[in-house]
Structures are given as structure tokens and as C-alpha cells.
Design a protein around this ligand. Sequence first.
Ligand SMILES: NC(=O)c1ccc[n+]([C@@H]2O[C@H](COP(=O)([O-])OP(=O)(O)OC[C@H]3O[C@@H](n4cnc5c(N)ncnc54)[C@H](O)[C@@H]3O)[C@@H](O)[C@H]2O)c1
Length: 257
Amino acid sequence: MAMAESWIPNRFCGSVALVVGGAQGIGKAIAVRLAREGADVAIADVDRKMMAGTVKEIRGEGGSVRGIFCDVQRPRSVNAMVERATRWKGQVDILMYVAGVGKAIPYLKMDERHWDLTLNTNLKGAFLVSRAVAPQMVERRKGKLVFMASTNSWDAEAELAPYNASKAGLFLLAKTLARELGHYGINSNAVGPGLIRTRLTAPLLKSRKFMKKYENLIPLGRVGEPEDIAGPATFLASCDADYVNGVLLFVDGGQLA
Ligand SMILES: NC(=O)c1ccc[n+]([C@@H]2O[C@H](COP(=O)([O-])OP(=O)(O)OC[C@H]3O[C@@H](n4cnc5c(N)ncnc54)[C@H](O)[C@@H]3O)[C@@H](O)[C@H]2O)c1
């Protein structure tokens, strides 16, 4: 099982984190972990119901958290959300861009709508949010940007053309910001999860045929849990990663080994 219950007390005290796509799955595990480690956590998501549940759960543990509605496909919604998140505690020190969608569709049946939905959510949304958050980090000469990429940033999977393209683009966006904003004391990195048990992968995990094939590809012999990603992602947001800039940290049980 994942090391779900390990965390480092007070590691993020005094830091404000914005977790975009934090209502459930990997984003939720990251939000929970950041709050347990003392951060003030703003969760932004398009799913109001799941977000309310996560906020309640974190508050129940004594965490400092608020939820802010945001559809990352809409620039005005992104700007309003970042403004509200910043006004809450006066700053955003950590951005976790986790929002993402992905659906398998054969290339010859792919329509523009699906392509645009995937690219807009996974890649353009990351541009819109990081562009809105970065100026205050530049001003304070301090900030951590963490983008949720994928093993698909490196290895293509059939029937996932826009997902693969968006995640490869996301890694290069993270690297570009590492080059361009590093001078301002801002670190920009990406995390590349393998197969993680969430709503996104639920249909795949139900398929015996898929699982038989997939489990053989993972040297550690198990599917990952969202908590397996929370540790590496929060490491990249911590001062232990002050000299880590422009990397894609794969967290995949060895799938790409
Ligand atoms: N689960 C995996 O195996 C896996 C593997 C590699 C990468 N990832 C990436 O990790 C991230 C999280 O995935 P997950 O598996 O936790 O999925 P999930 O579906 O459980 O969570 C995704 C979250 O993003 C939010 N979101 C989607 N569209 C949005 C929009 N337009 N505006 C705001 N929020 C939006 C959803 O409401 C949801 O809360 C995604 O970027 C995904 O591509 C997941």
C-alpha cells in the first residue's frame, strides 16, 4: 500500500498553496498533504460538489483551506480565481497545477471538440493559471510552480493523442518557466505519474484485460495511489527542492525504467 499516512509536520507553515484541480484524486491528496504540513491551501476546481467535500474533510482535520470555483478553460474564471486566492492570505507561494482530463478515442474518430477540450484543460489552463500567478512571485523573488504531467509526456499511448500531446507540452512549459523565471527565485518543475487509482482511470482499472497487460509493465507490481504522488509533488514545492529546476520527476513504480 501507499505511504498514505506519512507527512512532515509544519514543513509548509506560513506558505499559501493554490491547488488547481484539487477537488479529488491526485489534487486532493496533494491538498490534504499540504494542509497537514501547515500550508494555507486554496483549492480551485470546476466540480463544486467534490470540492466542498474535500474542503470539509481538510477543515475537519484542523487544516486551513478554502475552495474557489474555477473553470480553467475560461480565462476570466482563471483570473477571478487567482485574484480571490491571492486576496485570501495576501499571496500565493506554491502553485500546483493538477487539473486534467483524458479519454481514449481512436485517432481516426477524434473530433475537434475533444482535441480542444483536452488541450485547453491540460495545457492552456496551465498557461493561464501560471501567467496569472507568476507576477506576484516575481515581485517577491520566490515561488514554486509544480505541473502535473504524466508518463505520457514521454511515452505515447494509443488512442490518447491530445492527452499525450498536452502532457508533453506541459513538461516543456514547465521547463520554459524554469529557464525564464529561475532568475527571480522561482522553481518550475513537473511530476509524471504512472497509473494511479482515481476517477480518471476507473474505467481502465475495471478492465481485466488492461490490468493484466499493465501490471506486467510496472516493476513494483501495483497500481499507484494518489498519496504516492502527493509526497514527490510536495517535495518539489518544499525548500528541499530549492535547487531543483526544470525536471520531470516520474512517479510510476518503475514503468519507464
Ligand atoms: N490518474 C492517473 O493515472 C494519472 C496519471 C498521470 C497523470 N495524471 C494527471 O493527474 C492530474 C489529476 O488526475 P486524476 O487522476 O486525479 O483525475 P481526477 O479526474 O480525479 O481529478 C481531476 C480534477 O481536475 C478537475 N478539472 C477537470 N477539468 C477542469 C476544469 N476545466 N477546470 C477546473 N478543474 C478541472 C476535476 O474536476 C477534478 O477534480 C491530471 O492532470 C491527470 O492528467 C493522472
